[in-house]
Design a protein around this ligand. Structure first.
Ligand code: NAI
Ligand SMILES: O=C(O)C1=N[C@H](C(=O)O)C[C@H](O)C1
Length: 267
């Protein structure tokens, strides 16, 4: 049986790619989109989207109430994505969340809701398989190289900094590395922010430039050597294999998973 999917953010860079992927996937059926504009219109009315008569709602409540769906995919902004996710769970529709910038407290609240209702929910800061592996390799390396800096580089339309991927990478590293303040104990920033954001003593640097898509380096150093683990997404197609996998897998979950690695690496 087909998995029925609702997508929020269909006009966005990621949302439009996801609409096309879901439409072309034999086992998926796009049943509605949530867009803050275009209420009452159809997907075919939006430039760049497939020529299909799928309804668009600007009101998520109305959408979830009227459309029979299995999975809800959010690719919007964190404030809206969080509200969408809570609502989808209330309607027993399984969320697959690509939107980044959720706070720790928000993820905790969604975990409670999802686990309590025994409804699958997947939050993945990065759906690119290569990025998931990059984070895993970084976690492995941190065991041997506790001095580490994360450099993430994105297009200049990105709203959140640091990226969700950089935060997730730091969290994974924190699982294997004891907190350590890096650099000289008496170092001083003569220009605020020069050393980047500080998380558990490691630094995250965020670069924003037109021309970039999504890139991250995790640089480790020890006596006489450095190790750099690097991933590049050159287009948004790179995230689609992971979203497809997440839509299939969330159907089997009974609670919330944060990070694709938790299901991908057990396959
Ligand atoms: N998990 C992953 O693998 C990836 C996640 N992302 C994340 O996905 C999200 C979307 O990224 P992009 O498509 O690049 O952004 P975008 O700016 O191209 O698209 C954002 C979408 O959100 C919608 N939106 C904005 N404000 C809204 C509001 N107030 N109410 C309802 N909808 C609203 C816009 O209409 C648009 O459709 C971001 O959080 C980004 O960090 C991006 C790439 C990969
Ligand atoms: O906004 C983006 O583009 C991306 N956002 C995600 C993040 O914040 O990590 C994933 C990827 O880096 C692209």
């Amino acid at each position: 049986m087909n998995i029925k999917v609702i997508i929020a953010g269909p006009r966005g860079k990621m949302g439009s790619e996801a609409v096309n992927m879901v439409y072309h996937e034999a086992n998926f059926e796009l049943v509605a989109c949530i867009d803050r504009k275009n209420n009452g219109k159809q997907v075919k009315d939006i430039e760049g989207l497939p020529d299909i008569e799928i309804p668009i709602f600007d009101n998520p409540n109305e959408c979830f109430q009227n459309v029979n769906a299995d999975v809800f995919v959010d690719l919007t902004i964190p404030e809206i994505g969080f509200e969408h996710t809570k609502l989808a769970l209330q309607y027993n529709i399984r969320p697959v969340i690509g939107t980044t910038g959720f706070t720790k407290d928000q993820i905790t609240e969604l975990t409670y809701l999802s686990n309590d209702k025994q409804i699958g929910c997947l939050i993945a800061p990065n759906f690119a398989i290569g990025a998931v592996l990059m984070m895993q390799f970084a976690q492995m390396a941190a065991k041997f190289f506790p001095d580490v800096e994360i450099i993430e580089k994105h297009h200049d339309q990105k709203l959140d900094a640091p990226s969700g991927t950089a935060i997730k990478t730091a969290e994974l590293i924190m699982d294997t590395r004891n907190a350590k303040n890096q650099g000289h104990p008496e170092e001083k920033e003569t220009l605020q922010g020069a050393r980047g954001a500080n998380i558990d003593g490691m630094r995250i640097h965020s670069m924003r430039l037109p021309g970039l898509v999504a890139h991250q380096e995790v640089a480790f150093g020890s006596s006489g050597q450095t190790l750099t683990i690097k991933h590049d997404s050159y287009n948004r197609q790179s995230f689609m294999e992971g979203i497809k996998f997440a839509i299939e897998e969330v159907m089997l979950l009974k609670g919330l998973i944060y990070g694709l690695e938790n299901i991908l690496l057990n396959k």
